[in-house]
Ligand binder design. Structure first.
Ligand code: ZN
Length: 423
């Protein structure tokens, strides 16, 4: 199997929540010689140097300092997000009724809710622990079937196959145990997993996740099925490209934001100071004047990469016939007249040029005129930084299902294009 596809499968399995995705990225960056910078410290950067920062245990931005002056060569930015729709636990709702212990959930982002039921679920996130030295934040991944959200039997819910609306407060509570009177099984499991006492656990940010591993599929292995392909697949493609970037002319930047699925307006989201501050600090460390910094931004370009919708032969009526990308037909340029995507004729051509140089096919997506259009990190990033940008993504099916499907060729194609971009 292609090494990038093998690593994508591993990366997907290692990243049940944004906290683990961030650590999986950090690990790969460090192995490739990238050094971590602290946002609270002063920085010294050198041309060709490879660095990264992390914010709030999730968002992570890597960059390689270019050999040419920033004012001329600018920043070559790629951006994606590392969060996915999920069910987030309400840790203090654990309650036992008729011998069944359940925990309530909040719906994070816009999942296809029905896909979360009747599955073996693990729990991942982070936990704040009280230690003698103060509060410590620890990642947590309980990767065994610790929870389940069962459907009602069809005999009790005859209309379920005609479309059923789950009540998020009452129907989605996850079952943790039965017949247990051992207090709070969630706290006990978290403490056991971290090898800490229950008393030392102060706060928790935990998400349910589907335990099924990522896998190849189809008679020709041309498909890849996993949770969180939106948007860990794009994240992995960008990461694979920057890991192999050496001595670029312009400064290569790979930004992996959190919280895109809920609108990006948090300190680790795309609609924050994170990327703008980083670019400014790179300029400061390289002794650029304010004017030179602004000139550098105007010479820059951004590729916003988020998964796209592949043509689904069972639902042809959902697609604009002339803009319906084929699975494994190549990366997709996303275009929208209301600029829910940043792509313009100019920025699209820049991406097309990269595809042509890399010998990779490309496709275009526009939503039907009678349907609303999605959006992503591109518009916010482009507007706040004043950087020309294009929105792209690889085709996939069942976006926001707990199991999504994409194409293996498309992944290899996009890595080629992004390597060309960072060159
Ligand atoms: Zn997305």
């Amino acid at each position: 199997m292609n090494i990038n596809i093998q690593d994508l499968l591993t990366f997907l399995d290692e990243s049940p929540s944004a906290f683990q995705a961030s650590l999986a990225i950090k690990e790969r960056l460090e192995a490739a010689g990238f050094g971590e910078l602290d946002e609270t410290k002063s920085w010294k950067l050198s041309p060709g140097g490879k660095y990264f920062i992390r914010r709030a245990d999730t968002a992570i931005i890597a960059f390689v300092v270019g050999s040419m002056p920033l004012t001329d060569a600018g920043f070559q930015i790629s951006a994606s997000h590392i969060d996915s729709p999920a069910l987030k636990l309400k840790p203090e709702t654990v309650k036992t009724e008729k011998g069944v212990t359940r925990v309530g959930v909040e719906v994070y982002g816009g999942p296809i809710i029905s896909t979360w039921l009747d599955r073996e679920l693990g729990i991942a996130g982070r936990v704040s622990i009280q230690t003698a030295e103060g509060i410590k934040s620890l990642p947590l991944n309980i990767n065994c079937p610790i929870a389940i959200i069962p459907n009602a039997a069809i005999h009790m819910n005859r209309e379920i196959n005609s479309g059923f609306q789950y009540n998020k407060q009452t129907h989605l509570q996850a079952i943790l145990a039965t017949g247990s009177d051992a207090g709070n099984p969630l706290l006990a499991a978290v403490a056991t997993h971290l090898n800490m006492s229950v008393e030392s656990i102060r706060e928790m940010e935990l998400y349910l996740y589907d335990l099924a591993n990522a896998s190849l599929a189809g008679t020709d292995d041309s498909l890849l099925i996993s949770g969180r392909l939106d948007n860990l697949a794009m994240t992995h493609a960008i990461l694979a490209a920057i890991l192999e970037t050496d001595n670029p002319q312009g400064t290569s930047v790979a930004a992996f934001f959190d919280h895109e699925e809920i609108g990006s307006t948090t300190m680790q989201g795309a609609d924050s100071s994170l990327l703008g501050e980083l670019l400014e600090r790179i300029g400061m460390a390289l002794k650029l004047s304010r004017e030179e910094q602004i000139r550098a931004l105007r010479s820059s370009f951004a590729i916003s990469a988020d998964m796209a919708h592949a043509f689904h032969p069972a639902y042809p009526e959902k697609y604009e016939p002339n803009y319906s990308p084929m699975m494994n037909g190549g990366p997709v340029i996303k275009i929208n007249g209301n600029y829910r995507y940043t792509s313009t004729s100019q920025s699209s051509l820049r991406f097309i040029d990269l595809c042509e140089k890399a010998g990779v096919p490309y496709q275009k997506f526009m939503v039907r005129s009678d349907m609303p259009c999605g959006s992503t990190v591109g518009p916010t990033m482009s507007a706040t930084l004043g950087i020309e940008a294009v929105d792209i993504g690889n085709p996939m099916w069942a976006m926001h299902s707990v199991r999504e499907t994409c194409g293996t060729c498309d992944h290899k194609y996009l890595i080629k294009v992004l390597k060309q971009y960072y060159r």
